[in-house]
Write a protein that binds this ligand. Sequence first.
Ligand SMILES: [Zn+2]
Length: 306
Amino acid sequence: MIKENNFNFKGVWAKYSDYEIIKSNDEFYVRATKKSKITTFDIYNVNKKLLVDFLLIGRETLKYTNERDIECNLMSTEEKYQKMVLDFVKKYGLLGDLSYPLLNSNIISSGEVYLQGYSEVNKISANNYIKPFFIEDENIKNIDFNNGINENILKYVYSTDLPIELSNKPEEMNLIFSKAYTEKISRILFYSKQLYKIFEYTENSITEKNEDKKAIYKKFASEFVPNNIAFMFDLNDDKVALNWQFSSLKQAMEVLLGFNESNDRKELKMCKHCGKPFIAKNIKAEYDTISCRNIANVYKNREKNK
Ligand SMILES: [Zn+2]
Protein backbone atom coordinates (compact mmCIF):
# COMPACT_ATOMS: atom_id res chain seq x y z
CA MET A 1 0.00 0.00 0.00
CA ILE A 2 1.19 3.51 -0.73
CA LYS A 3 1.50 5.80 2.22
CA GLU A 4 0.88 9.20 0.71
CA ASN A 5 2.91 12.27 1.45
CA ASN A 6 1.47 15.74 1.40
CA PHE A 7 0.65 16.74 -2.16
CA ASN A 8 2.72 19.38 -3.90
CA PHE A 9 0.90 22.54 -3.27
CA LYS A 10 1.67 26.15 -3.87
CA GLY A 11 -0.04 29.50 -3.79
CA VAL A 12 1.59 32.85 -4.18
CA TRP A 13 0.82 35.95 -2.18
CA ALA A 14 2.75 39.21 -2.00
CA LYS A 15 3.67 41.72 0.67
CA TYR A 16 5.68 44.89 0.91
CA SER A 17 8.79 45.16 3.08
CA ASP A 18 7.17 47.81 5.26
CA TYR A 19 3.73 49.19 6.15
CA GLU A 20 2.41 52.17 8.04
CA ILE A 21 -0.79 53.25 9.73
CA ILE A 22 -2.56 56.29 8.32
CA LYS A 23 -5.47 58.25 9.72
CA SER A 24 -8.24 59.68 7.58
CA ASN A 25 -11.51 61.17 8.89
CA ASP A 26 -10.90 59.56 12.29
CA GLU A 27 -10.56 56.11 10.76
CA PHE A 28 -7.33 54.12 10.66
CA TYR A 29 -5.88 52.28 7.66
CA VAL A 30 -2.79 50.25 6.76
CA ARG A 31 -0.74 51.02 3.66
CA ALA A 32 2.69 50.09 2.30
CA THR A 33 5.32 52.76 2.90
CA LYS A 34 6.64 54.80 -0.04
CA LYS A 35 10.10 53.22 -0.05
CA SER A 36 9.02 49.63 0.57
CA LYS A 37 9.70 46.82 -1.90
CA ILE A 38 7.31 44.06 -2.91
CA THR A 39 8.18 40.37 -2.45
CA THR A 40 6.20 37.15 -2.87
CA PHE A 41 5.93 34.13 -0.62
CA ASP A 42 4.29 30.73 -0.82
CA ILE A 43 1.23 30.47 1.38
CA TYR A 44 1.93 26.79 1.97
CA ASN A 45 5.22 27.56 3.70
CA VAL A 46 3.55 29.74 6.32
CA ASN A 47 0.18 28.03 6.50
CA LYS A 48 -0.29 27.14 10.20
CA LYS A 49 1.73 30.09 11.45
CA LEU A 50 -0.38 32.45 9.35
CA LEU A 51 -3.56 31.08 10.89
CA VAL A 52 -2.23 31.15 14.45
CA ASP A 53 -1.12 34.76 14.10
CA PHE A 54 -4.45 35.85 12.65
CA LEU A 55 -6.60 33.84 15.06
CA LEU A 56 -4.72 35.36 18.00
CA ILE A 57 -5.87 38.78 16.79
CA GLY A 58 -9.38 37.37 16.51
CA ARG A 59 -9.29 36.06 20.05
CA GLU A 60 -8.19 39.46 21.40
CA THR A 61 -10.89 41.19 19.37
CA LEU A 62 -13.57 38.83 20.63
CA LYS A 63 -12.51 39.55 24.22
CA TYR A 64 -13.12 43.25 23.60
CA THR A 65 -16.38 42.98 21.73
CA ASN A 66 -18.78 40.29 20.66
CA GLU A 67 -21.48 41.31 18.25
CA ARG A 68 -21.27 45.00 17.64
CA ASP A 69 -19.18 46.22 14.72
CA ILE A 70 -19.03 49.70 16.17
CA GLU A 71 -16.65 48.43 18.83
CA CYS A 72 -14.18 47.34 16.17
CA ASN A 73 -14.08 51.02 15.17
CA LEU A 74 -13.27 51.95 18.75
CA MET A 75 -10.62 49.26 18.99
CA SER A 76 -9.00 50.47 15.80
CA THR A 77 -8.22 53.81 17.50
CA GLU A 78 -6.16 52.03 20.19
CA GLU A 79 -2.45 51.60 19.67
CA LYS A 80 -2.46 48.05 21.02
CA TYR A 81 -4.78 46.76 18.31
CA GLN A 82 -3.23 48.89 15.59
CA LYS A 83 0.11 47.30 16.41
CA MET A 84 -1.33 43.77 16.32
CA VAL A 85 -2.72 44.38 12.84
CA LEU A 86 0.42 46.15 11.63
CA ASP A 87 2.66 43.29 12.86
CA PHE A 88 0.48 40.78 11.04
CA VAL A 89 0.44 42.77 7.80
CA LYS A 90 4.22 43.24 7.91
CA LYS A 91 4.57 39.46 8.01
CA TYR A 92 1.91 38.41 5.49
CA GLY A 93 0.71 41.47 3.58
CA LEU A 94 -2.81 42.91 3.43
CA LEU A 95 -5.89 40.67 3.29
CA GLY A 96 -6.98 41.39 -0.27
CA ASP A 97 -10.35 42.61 0.91
CA LEU A 98 -11.00 44.28 -2.45
CA SER A 99 -11.21 41.04 -4.43
CA TYR A 100 -12.67 38.84 -1.70
CA PRO A 101 -16.41 39.54 -2.21
CA LEU A 102 -16.37 40.03 -5.99
CA LEU A 103 -18.76 37.97 -8.09
CA ASN A 104 -17.18 39.07 -11.38
CA SER A 105 -13.54 39.29 -12.37
CA ASN A 106 -11.77 41.93 -14.45
CA ILE A 107 -13.60 44.79 -12.77
CA ILE A 108 -11.30 47.38 -14.36
CA SER A 109 -11.86 46.20 -17.94
CA SER A 110 -15.61 46.00 -17.42
CA GLY A 111 -15.96 49.07 -15.21
CA GLU A 112 -18.62 47.23 -13.21
CA VAL A 113 -18.64 45.39 -9.90
CA TYR A 114 -21.13 42.72 -8.87
CA LEU A 115 -21.54 41.83 -5.21
CA GLN A 116 -23.80 39.35 -3.45
CA GLY A 117 -26.43 41.20 -1.45
CA TYR A 118 -28.64 39.57 1.14
CA SER A 119 -30.87 37.90 -1.42
CA GLU A 120 -29.99 39.75 -4.62
CA VAL A 121 -26.92 40.68 -6.63
CA ASN A 122 -25.90 44.32 -6.37
CA LYS A 123 -24.19 46.23 -9.15
CA ILE A 124 -21.81 49.08 -8.30
CA SER A 125 -19.65 51.24 -10.54
CA ALA A 126 -15.93 50.44 -10.45
CA ASN A 127 -15.18 54.01 -9.29
CA ASN A 128 -17.42 53.72 -6.26
CA TYR A 129 -16.09 50.32 -5.36
CA ILE A 130 -12.36 50.80 -5.89
CA LYS A 131 -11.71 54.34 -4.58
CA PRO A 132 -12.44 53.63 -0.88
CA PHE A 133 -9.47 51.23 -0.98
CA PHE A 134 -7.15 54.09 -1.90
CA ILE A 135 -7.51 56.36 1.11
CA GLU A 136 -5.42 59.55 1.24
CA ASP A 137 -4.04 58.96 -2.22
CA GLU A 138 -3.39 62.15 -4.19
CA ASN A 139 -4.03 60.73 -7.63
CA ILE A 140 -7.02 58.51 -7.05
CA LYS A 141 -9.61 61.32 -7.14
CA ASN A 142 -8.77 62.04 -10.76
CA ILE A 143 -8.66 58.47 -12.01
CA ASP A 144 -11.59 57.00 -13.91
CA PHE A 145 -12.18 53.29 -13.35
CA ASN A 146 -15.58 53.18 -15.04
CA ASN A 147 -14.46 53.01 -18.66
CA GLY A 148 -11.80 50.35 -18.88
CA ILE A 149 -8.07 50.54 -18.51
CA ASN A 150 -6.42 53.92 -19.19
CA GLU A 151 -3.07 55.68 -18.88
CA ASN A 152 -3.72 57.06 -15.40
CA ILE A 153 -4.54 53.64 -14.01
CA LEU A 154 -1.33 52.24 -15.46
CA LYS A 155 0.71 55.19 -14.23
CA TYR A 156 -0.67 55.78 -10.74
CA VAL A 157 -2.24 52.51 -9.62
CA TYR A 158 -0.42 49.60 -11.25
CA SER A 159 2.96 48.82 -9.76
CA THR A 160 5.83 48.68 -12.25
CA ASP A 161 7.76 46.11 -10.24
CA LEU A 162 5.05 43.51 -9.70
CA PRO A 163 6.82 40.14 -9.37
CA ILE A 164 6.58 37.78 -12.33
CA GLU A 165 4.80 35.15 -10.20
CA LEU A 166 1.81 37.46 -10.03
CA SER A 167 1.63 38.24 -13.72
CA ASN A 168 -0.94 35.54 -14.54
CA LYS A 169 -3.24 36.54 -11.71
CA PRO A 170 -6.52 38.41 -12.30
CA GLU A 171 -6.28 42.13 -12.94
CA GLU A 172 -7.67 42.93 -9.48
CA MET A 173 -4.27 41.85 -8.10
CA ASN A 174 -2.83 45.01 -9.65
CA LEU A 175 -5.11 46.96 -7.33
CA ILE A 176 -4.45 44.87 -4.23
CA PHE A 177 -0.68 44.95 -4.74
CA SER A 178 -0.60 48.63 -5.61
CA LYS A 179 1.55 50.61 -3.21
CA ALA A 180 -1.31 53.03 -2.63
CA TYR A 181 -3.82 50.29 -1.70
CA THR A 182 -5.20 50.56 1.85
CA GLU A 183 -7.27 48.40 4.16
CA LYS A 184 -9.26 49.64 7.13
CA ILE A 185 -8.06 48.37 10.51
CA SER A 186 -11.55 48.02 11.97
CA ARG A 187 -12.54 45.72 9.10
CA ILE A 188 -9.48 43.54 9.61
CA LEU A 189 -10.31 43.28 13.33
CA PHE A 190 -13.92 42.42 12.58
CA TYR A 191 -12.93 39.69 10.14
CA SER A 192 -10.35 38.23 12.55
CA LYS A 193 -13.13 37.88 15.10
CA GLN A 194 -15.39 36.13 12.59
CA LEU A 195 -12.68 33.65 11.67
CA TYR A 196 -11.80 32.98 15.31
CA LYS A 197 -15.47 32.27 16.04
CA ILE A 198 -15.59 29.68 13.26
CA PHE A 199 -12.45 28.08 14.70
CA GLU A 200 -13.90 28.10 18.22
CA TYR A 201 -17.30 26.69 17.18
CA THR A 202 -15.68 23.93 15.16
CA GLU A 203 -13.27 22.97 17.93
CA ASN A 204 -16.03 23.09 20.55
CA SER A 205 -18.38 21.05 18.38
CA ILE A 206 -15.78 18.26 18.55
CA THR A 207 -14.91 18.44 22.25
CA GLU A 208 -18.18 19.54 23.88
CA LYS A 209 -19.83 16.80 25.97
CA ASN A 210 -23.20 18.47 26.52
CA GLU A 211 -25.39 17.42 23.56
CA ASP A 212 -27.48 20.62 23.43
CA LYS A 213 -24.42 22.85 23.40
CA LYS A 214 -22.76 20.56 20.88
CA ALA A 215 -25.73 20.95 18.53
CA ILE A 216 -25.47 24.74 18.70
CA TYR A 217 -21.73 24.70 18.00
CA LYS A 218 -22.31 22.34 15.09
CA LYS A 219 -24.96 24.61 13.63
CA PHE A 220 -22.69 27.66 13.76
CA ALA A 221 -19.70 25.73 12.41
CA SER A 222 -21.73 24.40 9.48
CA GLU A 223 -22.65 27.93 8.41
CA PHE A 224 -19.03 28.43 7.40
CA VAL A 225 -18.70 28.45 3.61
CA PRO A 226 -15.25 29.41 2.31
CA ASN A 227 -15.21 31.75 -0.66
CA ASN A 228 -15.11 30.10 -4.13
CA ILE A 229 -11.86 28.33 -4.76
CA ALA A 230 -9.79 27.65 -7.88
CA PHE A 231 -6.89 25.27 -8.41
CA MET A 232 -4.77 24.65 -11.47
CA PHE A 233 -1.91 22.32 -12.31
CA ASP A 234 1.60 23.64 -12.33
CA LEU A 235 3.95 21.47 -14.36
CA ASN A 236 7.33 23.04 -13.70
CA ASP A 237 10.35 21.09 -12.44
CA ASP A 238 9.14 17.79 -13.90
CA LYS A 239 6.48 17.32 -11.30
CA VAL A 240 2.88 18.26 -10.82
CA ALA A 241 2.00 20.85 -8.23
CA LEU A 242 -1.42 22.09 -7.36
CA ASN A 243 -1.29 25.83 -7.93
CA TRP A 244 -3.97 27.54 -5.95
CA GLN A 245 -5.30 30.74 -7.53
CA PHE A 246 -6.76 32.29 -4.40
CA SER A 247 -8.27 35.73 -4.68
CA SER A 248 -7.36 37.15 -1.29
CA LEU A 249 -5.53 36.31 1.90
CA LYS A 250 -8.99 36.12 3.48
CA GLN A 251 -10.00 33.32 1.13
CA ALA A 252 -6.66 31.56 1.69
CA MET A 253 -7.09 31.57 5.47
CA GLU A 254 -10.62 30.22 5.21
CA VAL A 255 -9.47 27.29 3.12
CA LEU A 256 -6.41 26.59 5.27
CA LEU A 257 -8.67 26.62 8.31
CA GLY A 258 -11.06 24.22 6.58
CA PHE A 259 -8.18 21.83 5.78
CA ASN A 260 -6.99 22.02 9.36
CA GLU A 261 -10.36 21.42 11.00
CA SER A 262 -11.12 18.45 8.76
CA ASN A 263 -7.78 16.79 9.47
CA ASP A 264 -7.71 13.85 11.93
CA ARG A 265 -4.12 14.68 12.74
CA LYS A 266 -4.41 18.42 12.99
CA GLU A 267 -1.47 20.54 14.03
CA LEU A 268 -3.31 23.76 14.72
CA LYS A 269 -5.39 23.36 17.87
CA MET A 270 -7.27 25.51 20.35
CA CYS A 271 -6.04 25.37 23.96
CA LYS A 272 -8.73 23.64 26.00
CA HIS A 273 -8.16 26.03 28.88
CA CYS A 274 -7.56 29.53 27.48
CA GLY A 275 -8.81 29.20 23.90
CA LYS A 276 -5.57 30.37 22.30
CA PRO A 277 -4.73 28.82 18.93
CA PHE A 278 -1.38 27.02 18.95
CA ILE A 279 0.70 24.65 16.85
CA ALA A 280 0.78 21.32 18.67
CA LYS A 281 4.09 19.45 18.82
CA ASN A 282 2.36 16.11 19.25
CA ILE A 283 -1.02 14.73 18.34
CA LYS A 284 -2.25 14.39 21.94
CA ALA A 285 -1.44 17.95 23.04
CA GLU A 286 -4.47 19.79 24.44
CA TYR A 287 -2.97 22.89 26.03
CA ASP A 288 -0.74 25.64 24.62
CA THR A 289 1.39 26.06 27.76
CA ILE A 290 2.39 24.05 30.84
CA SER A 291 0.63 26.57 33.05
CA CYS A 292 -2.68 26.08 31.17
CA ARG A 293 -2.29 22.32 31.56
CA ASN A 294 -1.57 22.65 35.27
CA ILE A 295 -4.53 24.93 35.91
CA ALA A 296 -6.82 22.61 33.95
CA ASN A 297 -5.56 19.65 36.01
CA VAL A 298 -6.26 21.49 39.26
CA TYR A 299 -9.87 22.06 38.10
CA LYS A 300 -10.19 18.42 37.08
CA ASN A 301 -8.96 17.20 40.49
CA ARG A 302 -11.37 19.52 42.31
CA GLU A 303 -14.25 18.10 40.27
CA LYS A 304 -13.14 14.58 41.19
CA ASN A 305 -12.88 15.34 44.91
CA LYS A 306 -16.35 16.86 45.15
ZN1 LIG B 1 -3.89 28.00 27.12
